[in-house]
Design a protein around this ligand. Structure first.
Ligand code: NDP
Length: 281
């Protein structure tokens, strides 16, 4: 049976380190502050926002909450972002996605000052990651690198396959693995002979959004399997993109869902908030 990578424990370890740092900053008179904006009342978004605020509270980061009605116009949202960009007491700005369909997400993301872009979605942050410069990194892939490192799993020189090429997970994930000196392949819905490609991976990262799609036929014996997916199965139970029961016996390490990648995303958001202070000084 594989080693189960405990994202909950590792994320708590990171949050405790951040708590210490936040206390040190506070002693220097700096109260790290995150502004969280939600437009509308999508129930899944409300859960994410609540968990992010809870994370802030745990670590000692001040969170400012902006819960705007669903009919808020793009101009109103942009003007709030401009105001927050200009406030010296606000270090990070997070706009919870998805936004209602009348608001253009790209325009909103571009409006955030890149020095406050704690989600790492601004084109400047993505570009910086691409050419190895300082900037915010998208939280989920950054969290996966921490999961691997803190579990003692070496990345350099390994064959890594990232299944999925989204802007928030797959693409930044592959860039981060490259930065860690892995040999990286990105697979997607147009990849031919998918099982053959994923079967080459020493480390397989799965972010497809398809419940339990990855069974043991996709996995090399002894591989490390990281499951990013958050789905509901036929019984409405949370599950990943990997069929855990089927894959765990053949791999060397695996993340569960829930309790794997999920908690790391918030820990890395809080980490980005702490880093934002030095980017702004
Ligand atoms: P997207 O839907 O944006 O991207 C899915 C990717 O998977 C696409 O690149 C798509 O290929 C590829 N894909 C879809 N079906 C197949 C298939 N049958 N074979 C091969 N490739 C396929 O998803 P996200 O990246 O946003 O999210 C992925 C999963 O991760 C979701 O379950 C989401 O809920 C979860 N998630 C979890 C987070 C966490 O904190 N744990 C954070 C963010 C996401 P193509 O590009 O060709 O269409």
């Amino acid at each position: 049976m594989a080693f189960i990578i405990d994202g909950k424990a590792i994320s708590t370890e990171i949050k405790d380190e951040l708590k210490q740092l936040a206390a040190e900053k506070k002693a220097e008179g700096v109260e790290v502050t995150l502004a969280v904006i939600q437009v509308g009342d999508d129930p899944a978004s409300s859960v994410y926002v609540r968990n992010k605020k809870k994370g802030c509270e745990y670590v000692g980061i001040r969170s400012l909450s902006y819960e705007l009605p669903g009919e808020t116009t793009q101009e109103e949202l942009l003007s709030l972002i401009q105001e927050l960009n200009g406030r010296r007491d606000v270090n990070g700005i997070l706009v919870q996605l998805p936004l209602p369909s009348h608001i253009h997400e790209d325009t909103v993301i571009r409006a955030i000052d890149p020095r406050k872009d704690v989600d790492g979605f601004h084109p400047q942050s993505v570009g910086a990651l691409c050419i190895g410069q300082k900037g915010f990194v998208s939280c989920t892939p950054a969290g996966i690198i921490q999961l691997l490192k803190r579990s003692g799993i070496e990345i350099a020189g390994k064959e890594c396959v990232v299944l999925g090429r989204s802007n928030i997970v797959g693409k930044p994930m592959s860039l981060l693995l490259l930065r860690e000196n892995a040999t990286v392949t990105i697979a997607h819905s147009r990849t031919r002979n998918l099982k053959e490609v994923t079967g080459r991976a020493d480390i397989l990262i799965v972010a497809v959004g398809k419940p339990k799609m990855i069974t043991r036929e996709y996995v090399k014996e002894g591989a490390v399997v990281i499951d990013v997916g958050i789905n509901r199965d036929e019984n409405n139970k949370l599950c990943g993109d990997v069929d855990f029961e089927d894959v765990a016996p053949v791999c060397s390490a695996i993340t569960p869902v829930p309790g794997g990648v999920g908690p790391m995303t918030i820990a890395m958001l809080l980490n980005n908030c702490m880093e934002s202070v030095s980017l702004q000084s």
